[in-house]
Write a protein that binds this ligand. Structure first.
Ligand code: RBF
Length: 154
């Protein structure tokens, strides 16, 4: 448990050996979402999850995260889902529409299936801010999303 859990806020003693996780990864801005995935995956392993109990699905962009999360959450053998994406502000208002839809959609999946579904989606003003949160000076928000679902399983 040493490495990763030191870098995130708080820790957990939950036994997740028998828990199954879905991780949904948006392909848009994959130079950011791949490090987020690595962070989440490694954190789950460090906390005691089995490799064979971690199921990854890709989606084209963050807007598609809630649907894929729902398809995973509705499976009886999935205990928790982690959604990973990165929306970077551009010149048009798409940023607000996508961020709001994704946050609301993911929250709905949490409540509908009564399972932890983490919002590991960076919503940043530029690429620099995203890099800082995908293994840079502000840590890795994928790791934090993994810790969040594990805490919620307790
Ligand atoms: N998806 C992301 O995950 N991050 C983005 O920064 C992002 N920017 C987009 C900008 C525009 C103008 C559009 C149309 C889409 C963008 N998407 C982004 C993709 C979006 O999440 C979704 O995949 C598409 O809109 C198709 O439903």
């Amino acid at each position: 448990m040493a490495g990763i859990l030191k870098s995130v806020t708080g820790k957990t003693n939950v036994n997740i050996k028998n828990k199954r996780f879905g991780i949904v990864v948006a392909e848009w801005n994959d130079d950011i979402t791949e490090p987020l995935f690595d962070g989440a995956y490694q954190a789950l392993l460090e906390m005691g999850a089995k490799k064979s109990h971690i199921l990854r699905h890709n989606v084209p962009g963050s807007f598609e995260l809630p649907l894929a999360a729902q398809q995973l959450a509705e499976q009886k053998n999935i205990d928790a889902v982690i959604c990973l994406g990165c929306v970077i502000q551009g010149d048009t208002p798409h940023f607000d529409y996508i961020c709001q839809a994704v946050a609301y959609g993911i929250m709905k999946v949490n409540l509908k299936f009564n399972k932890p579904v983490a919002f590991g989606v960076l919503t940043t003003l530029n690429k620099k801010q995203a890099l800082e949160r995908a293994g840079g000076k502000f840590g890795n928000k994928g790791e934090e999303a993994a810790l969040t679902v594990v805490k919620m399983l307790s």
